[in-house]
Design a protein around this ligand. Sequence first.
Ligand SMILES: [Zn+2]
Length: 441
Amino acid sequence: MRSVCWIMAIALAATLTSVAQNKETAPQTTTIIRAGTLIDGKSDTPRRDQVIVIRGNRIDSVSDAASAKIPPGSTVIDLSQATVLPGLIDSHTHIFLQGEDPAEGGYDVNILKYPASLRAARATVAVRRALEQGFTALRDVETEGAGYGDVGIKQAIEGGYIPGPRLFVATRAISTTGGYPLEGYAPELTMPKGAQLIDGPVEARKAAREQLDNGADWIKVYMTHRSWVGKNGELVSQPTLTLEELKAIVDEAHGWGRKVACHAYSGIGLQRALDGGCDSIEHGLQISDAQIAQMVKQGTWYCPTISVYYTDWGPEDTPAGKRDRLRASAHEESFRKAMKAGVKIVFGTDIGGIPWTEPIAQEFPRMVKLGMTPMDAIRSATSRAADMLDVTGQIGVIAPGAFADVIAVPGDPLKDIQELGKVQFVMKDGKVFKTESRDQR
Ligand SMILES: [Zn+2]
């Protein structure tokens, strides 16, 4: 095993932004990263022995080590025995969810028993975990009853109060009456809901306006809810919003220059999502050939979140168990067909739906197993996700002008995709957040 010497000069504690620091007057530091192998997030092939020059929080230049000029007084980070990549992007997370383990009260306990402060504290831990694993940006697609808590966590990260990735937040999400938990309680009770429920285009547009006004970067809409196995063995999903309701939301969001992510499993709800102009389909468990063709034509993004459908299956001979197995098998087929057709696929995990203690990178081998090349899987979590988030060239790439969000893994993720679960170095916004010395263990 190679001995990797990770420069320890920059201590973890020193990486947290000093809140008191005046950003205007802070001297601009120059940092050099020596990369043994560089996967830049965009190119088809890696490059050997590269030097990345970082000024302040931006990448200034990337060049061959042989010809690189090292500015005097620079801090040098030696990753010459490692593979360096852009910080990763998970395009489907829930920082305010903590798994849905039935033994711990399932989904409902989050809303019914946890004080907002506890949920915010646990979200603070979640974002830190994401950053530790090399995810320097998250699209967090709704707070599950925690209101605008994601906006506050984002502000805390941007203000330097807590460490965390760049957040693109969706706030409350939108569904319809009968289209989201909490459910199953006595009808006499008015229960809180995990999303903002609307009925009719007027309420739909108003909800979108409220959410955008309160800081939503994206609008998240639930276009399907319950699902079961149909008479012909197909996956049936209960549609929620009408086309008119969705169109009101999309029209409003697009007017603000924002995008709409649609949770849609299959069937009518998925069709309405496409006809209504959704920008990204979340999950897309059973997508027909015609729907795939429509996604290609419209440029719709596909965030499949594969891993989450392999956990918590019901017993095999029960309706729920049959549905759970069909979800996974139909999903695999949809993923393969979408990939073949050239649908723009982005990496997403739905973590939060699975506990934050689990590794986020587990989605990579799932994608590769279904036929995606490791390089394309990396792009789905870097430059392609950045395109979807309208920050092309800013994040998800190691190139001049981009934010200095840089990670490193010890081995070659193109040979073994599991390497992406072994992130040992994390820089976000030009500041080292994590650096591990393997020879100090
Ligand atoms: Zn989700």
